[in-house]
Structure formats: structure tokens, C-alpha cells
Design a protein around this ligand. Structure first.
Ligand code: GP9
Ligand code: MN
Length: 685
């Protein structure tokens, strides 16, 4: 036994000795490689230190390390001088990534993208380019390659060059490096969540991606995302162009002629993009208090489209903006604002520009969020007022992503007044922000009481006593109610401010909810089936339990759409089903503009409307169809649905999603060369 132990002890000692010797040997002969790893690794940490500030977070450290080792490992396929050249090339690439991103971040508080490189000067204009600030810290990364050169100089005549120079040795060192890279990657992957992957895929939340995946993975992923739109148009253009022609032959987008035609021609327009506001909020009361009394009132005084749906995809707000403006559906892969911003689209601002409108957008979040800075120019807005460039943002006025809605509206009213003085006609879109997920920041500052109060008999004393349950407190739905209520107050104040400034007299107010709040179905189930006795959801066996089904959820995603004027001349509730892509044809008809590429319809000129969602689901007043399960539900119990009916819309839905995506990917509007004629025709129309 004793002998055995001595043997084990001896072996362990031997192993440690060999390991120490091997490590020493490795370090001694790998100065260059180690310098490469250390310098590029430190550069990545420095970049996060100077920008997003999470330089000690473990996930990006692991990701950076894995990438650097992976890239560096191939150096072992080269001999002597070439090995240095290989590592030097990558050191320069990594350093450039850091320098450029560091400078870009100083200017735009975000990270750069390959997709912006080619045309960035064109888009930003010379004026913007001259304003670029470059600070000394942005160049500090250059120390990395400099150190690599020095280390190479110092060691190039030593035994270093001989190390791992035989085929066998280099292969083994390559494999060992790769193994360490894989282990690091494995640890990293264990920290990654579904949300992280989805954000990496979407790539628009650049700060988040860098914070989680590190700068090198971000930039590599950005390269792929930026190439995708360049590569995909190379395939299938002819087929796409043919189907595009055939689609519009079969379903032409015709100019409508109805009682609303040109009704608001020459009027100014204020569009309010109401962040995450759903229709059901208009009729929701919490403890006897109406959640959105101002919006409700506006809906009762104007044209209220009560069965209206956003048609957004992963691009949420930006998708809704896109569909609102162009009457096209969002892209099937990626988002138009981020990946397909360089295509030509026929949009409301462009059409109104032809009618000598001054067009603008306003938003109190950073201008590069959703790539708006770039995309709003592409959509034809004359100016995009945003964030600190145009708004005074004191820390105490920040809620969630940026300036709170009340201050945003107040400051915007002043800007609109000035615009009104200088321009005969104008059209402006104001993007709200406070009612945004996670709907926090107002819990202590709201008059919405989220508790549930009731009286019950105390079993011991037999007396009546009041019980107060937390009910909606600290739930996402409850928080949503508080921020939506705040948004409503802000809206009410805005309408008053506009009126006081005399800005409502020749103006139409358009309000749309940009998409639903994406709150889990389980929260609705608890809300609609609340049992105060247990302070949770009723038992599913309970006769009073009524499941909030997946269809209830889908229908409940409906958002408000309102067209309002101060004179309240048009009071009407329109129940016909309608989608975001119906706005350009409907509102356009009122303003005297028209797009032949609209996929939607003028709601006042169509008998039965149907709305397709980017995932292929669709809705009519008669039914909701789920394309994933190939099932649907009746919305009108008296309706008789034939298989032809379903077949007709299913086919149409597929065609719409396809043709819209083809227009985006293959830039078909530009390539048909008709859009200029359309604009000309629109000018004279
Ligand atoms: C961000 C705001 C919200 O600026 O428009 O975007 P969302 O997260 O809703 O897409
Ligand atoms: Mn949104």
C-alpha cells in the first residue's frame, strides 16, 4: 500500500515537473505568439473599457480569447518570417477594428458596421464627416502591433524561430492551441442565452452584442450580416422580377376614388408612433381608473380603426415605420432598416416632398438606434431630430431608453412651431419612447393602483376585514399599465400644447400603436383569471376559468389607429380589419398621394380586407388563420368559410410576403425605373 502511494506521488511529481518544463519551454519559444494573444486581448478589453465599460465581464473575455487563439493557431502552419507576417497582419486587422470602433463610438455612441462603409460619406454628408472627433485614446491600440514588431526584432535571431518548425511539431502546437480555443469557446457558450443568440442574429443592438460577444465576434458577425444583402440579390433576380410583374398584374394597386379622396390635401400632418400601445388599453380600467382616457377621447372624436394590426417582424419599431411608410412588409431575413437600407423605396415622405411638404421625424433616443440616422434619410425625411443633438436631455428626465415622452413632446412642440413658421406645409412623425419594454421606471410615480382590494370574514374573529393583494404589482403587465398611463398623459398634454401653439388648426393628427407589448400569454391568463383568495390564477378546472388562448392573444395584439382633426368632423368607428400596410393607401388617398407598389388597400375602397403577417398568418373579419399549424378560428360566428376561401387567402398571403421580400432584396422598385415617373405623376396629381 505504502509502495503504491509512493509510486503515485512520484508520478504526480514527475508530471508536474514535465508540465512546468513544457510550459517554460512553450513560453520561451513562443514569445511572438504570446505577445500577439496578449496585445490583441488587451486591446479588446481596452475597447470595452472606453466604450461599454464592461471590460471585466467574463463572457466577452472568453469569446475574445477563443477568437484570438483560433485565428492565431493558424500561424503554426507558417515558418519563421511568414509566421510573423501572418500574426502581424491579424494584429493590424484587430487593431483597426478597435481604433475605428473606438472613434465611431466617441461620435455615435455605438459600434460601426461594414454595411455603412461603402456609402457612409454619401449618406452622412461632408458636414457630418468633418465633425468627427478622434481622441488620443482611439490611437492607443496601435501599441499592440508596435510591441509585436519590437518583440519580433528582439527574438528573431534566437531559437524561437526553430520552435515548432518541423511539420509534426507545428501540427501538434496548432492542435493544442485549437483545443484551448475550443475550451474557452465551450465555457463561453455555457453563458449564452436564447436572447443573446437572437440579438446576435439581428445585430442591430450593437452595444449589447459587443458587451456579450466581444468586439471581434461582433465585427465578424457584422461582416456576415452586411454581406448577406449583397450576396442574396445575386441569386434569383430574373425569377423575382417576373413574379413582381405578375403580382402587380394580378393585384394592381389602384388609385382609389371615394368620399375621402383629397379630403386632407394641403393639410399639415402630425403622426404619432405610439410605442407598444395596444387597443385593449383604451377600454381598460384599473381600480376604477381609466388607463388611457386621452387616447380614448381622441378615438371617439375622430376616425377610429378598431380592428387594426401592426405587421412587424424582428425589426419591431423599425419594421412598423417601414410598413407604415411604404406599404410593404418587413424583410423575411434581418431587418430592412439595418440590412436593406440602401434600396429604393417609395415612401410617404418622398411622395409628400414632391408636393412641397417639409418632412421630418423626431425621436428622443439615439439616432443610430435601428440605423434610423441613415434610414430616415433614405425614406425621404428632410430632417431627423434626435437625442442630444436636438433635445435637452437632463439625467432626471430620462426614463428607459431616453428622454421621457412629456419632455419630448414639449420640446418637439417648440420645434414644430418653428417649422410651421418657415414652411407652408409639413409632415412630421414623432416616435414615442417611454412605454417601452421592460416598462419600468414609473412604479413609484403613478396614480394607477395595481393592488386588488376586497373584504373577507376573518375566520377567528368573525369580523369583516380588508385584504390588499399585490395583484398586478411587480408584474410586466402591471408595469405596462403604468407606463401606458404615463404615455396617455403625455399625449393629452401634447394635444393641448399643440393647440395652444395654434398648430392644430390646419393639421390632421394620425396616431398608431407600433406593435403589441410582447407580454407573455401567461400574464394575461393570470390577469383575466385572477383569484384574490389565492392571489394567483384560478384553477384551470374551476368553472369560471376561461383560458386566454393563443388566438385570443393574437387578436389582442391589435393596436390603435386614429385619424383626428380638431373640428371633430369625422367621427366614425371602422371595424373592418386593417393592417399597417393599409395606411399609405388610406391616408395617402386623403392627402392626394399614391404608390403603385402598395401591398395594402384603401380601407374605404375595399369590400373585404385581409391582413397578412410576416410569418404568413393572416386575418379577415371572418377568420384568423395560423400558417404554422394550418388551422384557424372563426371571428364571425355567422360566417361560412369554404376551403376555397382559405385557399385564396393562403395563396395571396404567400405571394405578398414573397413579392415584398423580393422588392427589398432585389431592389425591384429602383430596377423597374418607374419610381421617378411615379413621383413626377404624383407631383402633378
Ligand atoms: C427605440 C424605440 C423602440 O428607439 O423606437 O424600438 P423597439 O424596441 O420597439 O423596436
Ligand atoms: Mn416599438
Amino acid at each position: 500500500m505504502k509502495n503504491k502511494l509512493t509510486k503515485i506521488g512520484h508520478r504526480t511529481k514527475e508530471f508536474i515537473k514535465r508540465f512546468a518544463k513544457g510550459t517554460k519551454n512553450y513560453f520561451k519559444h513562443n514569445y511572438l505568439f504570446i505577445t500577439f494573444v496578449l496585445t490583441t486581448f488587451i486591446e479588446a478589453c481596452m475597447l470595452r473599457f472606453f466604450t461599454v465599460k464592461n471590460f471585466t465581464a467574463i463572457s466577452p473575455l472568453l469569446a475574445d480569447f477563443a477568437v484570438i487563439l483560433l485565428v492565431g493557431s493558424f500561424a503554426y502552419f507558417f515558418k519563421s518570417k511568414n509566421r510573423f507576417k501572418y500574426l502581424m497582419t491579424w494584429s493590424i486587422i484587430f487593431t483597426l477594428v478597435c481604433v475605428i470602433n473606438s472613434a465611431y463610438y466617441s461620435n455615435y455612441v455605438s459600434f460601426t458596421s461594414f454595411s455603412l462603409l461603402a456609402t457612409s460619406m454619401q449618406i452622412f454628408g461632408v458636414g457630418d464627416a468633418l465633425n468627427t472627433i478622434v481622441e488620443i485614446k482611439d490611437f492607443s491600440y496601435i501599441l499592440g502591433p508596435v510591441i509585436l514588431i519590437l518583440v519580433n526584432k528582439r527574438y528573431r535571431n534566437t531559437s524561437y524561430y526553430d520552435y515548432a518548425n518541423t511539420k509534426n511539431k507545428s501540427r501538434i502546437t496548432f492542435l493544442k492551441t485549437l483545443l484551448v480555443s475550443a475550451i474557452s469557446l465551450g465555457f463561453f457558450m455555457s453563458t449564452v442565452t436564447g436572447t443573446d443568440i437572437s440579438r446576435l442574429y439581428k445585430q442591430w443592438n450593437r452595444e449589447y452584442v459587443v458587451m456579450k460577444f466581444g468586439i471581434y465576434v461582433y465585427q465578424a458577425n457584422d461582416l456576415i450580416a452586411s454581406l448577406k444583402p449583397q450576396i442574396s440579390p445575386l441569386f434569383g433576380y430574373d425569377k423575382a422580377a417576373k413574379e413582381f410583374r405578375e403580382y402587380y398584374e394580378e393585384y394592381p394597386s389602384e388609385k382609389s376614388d371615394n368620399k375621402y379622396t383629397n379630403k386632407y390635401k394641403g393639410k399639415n400632418v402630425i403622426v404619432i408612433h405610439a410605442e407598444s400601445i395596444q387597443n385593449f388599453l383604451l377600454d381598460t380600467e384599473i381600480n376604477g381608473k381609466q388607463l388611457m382616457p386621452n387616447l380614448k377621447k381622441l378615438s371617439e372624436e375622430g376616425l377610429y380603426f378598431s380592428n387594426f394590426y401592426a405587421q412587424e417582424s424582428v425589426g419591431t419599431s423599425s419594421d412598423s415605420e417601414f410598413t407604415f411608410n411604404t406599404s410593404l412588409l418587413p424583410a423575411s431575413n434581418g431587418t430592412v432598416f439595418v440590412s436593406y437600407w440602401d434600396r429604393e423605396y417609395l415612401s410617404i415622405p418622398k411622395l409628400l416632398n414632391e408636393k412641397d411638404y417639409y418632412t421630418f421625424s423626431m425621436h428622443a433616443n439615439k439616432g443610430n438606434f435601428w440605423n434610423r440616422e441613415v434610414m430616415h434619410k433614405q425614406l425621404g425625411y428632410d430632417k431627423f431630430y434626435n437625442y442630444k443633438t436636438d433635445y435637452t436631455i437632463n439625467d432626471e428626465d430620462v426614463i428607459g431608453l431616453g428622454l421621457n415622452d412629456k419632455s419630448f413632446f414639449k420640446q418637439s412642440t417648440e420645434k414644430i412651431s418653428k417649422i410651421n413658421e418657415k414652411n407652408k406645409n409639413w409632415y412630421g412623425v414623432l416616435l414615442m419612447l417611454t412605454n417601452h419594454t421592460p416598462f419600468t421606471g414609473l412604479e413609484d410615480a403613478t396614480d394607477i393602483d395595481l393592488t386588488y382590494k376586497y373584504t373577507k370574514t376573518n375566520e377567528e374573529t368573525g369580523e369583516q376585514e380588508e385584504v390588499i393583494n399585490d395583484y398586478l404589482k411587480d408584474t410586466t403587465l402591471g408595469n405596462y399599465f403604468t407606463t401606458a398611463h404615463y404615455a396617455d398623459e403625455a399625449l393629452g398634454e401634447f394635444v393641448n400644447e399643440l393647440d395652444e401653439a395654434g398648430l392644430l388648426d390646419n393639421t390632421i393628427l394620425v396616431i398608431y400603436g407600433d406593435h403589441d407589448a410582447k407580454i407573455k400569454r401567461s400574464e394575461y391568463n393570470r390577469y383575466y383569471n385572477y383569484d384574490p383568495e389565492t392571489d394567483s390564477k384560478l384553477d384551470e378546472e374551476d368553472p369560471n376559468y376561461k383560458e386566454f388562448t393563443k388566438y385570443d392573444y393574437e387578436i389582442n395584439r391589435s393596436v390603435p389607429f386614429i385619424i383626428w382633426t380638431k373640428d371633430n368632423q369625422e367621427k366614425k368607428k371602422i371595424d373592418k380589419v386593417m393592417g399597417m400596410y393599409d395606411i399609405l393607401p388610406t391616408l395617402g388617398n386623403m392627402l392626394g398621394i399614391y404608390s403603385p407598389y402598395a401591398l395594402g388597400h384603401d380601407i374605404f375602397s375595399i369590400d373585404e380586407n385581409f391582413v397578412v403577417f410576416p410569418n404568413g398568418n393572416w386575418i379577415t373579419n371572418k377568420m384568423y388563420y395560423d400558417s404554422q399549424s394550418d388551422e384557424g378560428i372563426l371571428l364571425d360566428q355567422n360566417a361560412v368559410i369554404s376551403s376555397d376561401y382559405i385557399e385564396k387567402y393562403r395563396d395571396r398571403a404567400e405571394k405578398e410576403v414573397q413579392v415584398s421580400n423580393d422588392i427589398i432584396v432585389h431592389d425591384l422598385i429602383k430596377k423597374t425605373k418607374e419610381s421617378k415617373d411615379v413621383l413626377k405623376e404624383n407631383k402633378n396629381g
